[in-house]
Design a protein around this ligand. Sequence first.
Ligand code: ADP
Ligand code: MG
Length: 289
Amino acid sequence: ATPTALMVGTGRGAQLGILIKGPEVLEQTRRVDTIVLDKTGTVTTGEMTVHDVVAADGESVDDVRRLAAALEQASEHPIGRAVAASADHLPPVEDFASVEGLGVQGVVDGHAVVVGRPRLLEDWSQHLDAGLSTVVERAQGEGRTPVAVGWDGRARGVIVVGDTVKPSSAEAVARLRGLGLTPILLTGDNAAAAEQVAARVGIETVVADVLPADKVAEVQRLQAAGKVVAMVGDGVNDAAALAQADLGLAMGTGTDVAIEASDLTLVGGDLLVAVDAIRLSRRTLATIK
Ligand code: ADP
Ligand code: MG
């Protein structure tokens, strides 16, 4: 490959809003036939909305909202930002830790608080009562994401959040298909929510409920089956999979960890620019040949 053509490709990339780690990156895209898309923040806006706050029997909705919001002040996750914004005048958090792809924990007002996937609370023996379980099932059926809230060893409530698909995602998926790529939606969110987003943007293959480690495993599985895999993501939970992919594309609106793990950055965070990136690299390589 002539270095000059690759350098020109890199310069053209910058004009399109694509930051390319090195000219040689473009060479990796030639054989890409599969594109794995993260859901939250990649296909969806990542600006989540709180739809409902429900308390367990004998608990107060205000406490559920306040302790969850206080804890999530320290979170970078889209769910965390939405929950934190749902209340104000919040007490500080101590000993904050995130359990990647599952939730967050910390101490608020002297209470050991946990917020995350219902399954995380179940794993920690904080069982959801019948009322809360119903809320979880109903929310999932509606394509939303139920987040469980517990403190001092007991599940106390559920906060239902929801995502919005980016206006350009469906068109981007159609164009990726037009380039001969098979799109796959990969997410840590629940299957019902993932299926709804997939249906809306025209993706047939959905891999949901995965942990960050399973995201890497899914990319490896596709590679072992002979696929050449591009992956687009934005979160801390996507970083390892982005690094494993033959071509990693990070949303410029995403976390630094995802950007560092990737070969390309889509500056404005628009999935249509991923289409430009693939087309640009193919054109650049055609020039070289
Ligand atoms: P995605 O693959 O869609 O980007 P993640 O792997 O980041 O999703 O998260 C998977 C699931 O873990 C979320 O749908 C949510 O249920 C839970 N979760 C992760 N982070 C948080 C948080 N800060 N607060 C509450 N729940 C969280
Ligand atoms: Mg994401």
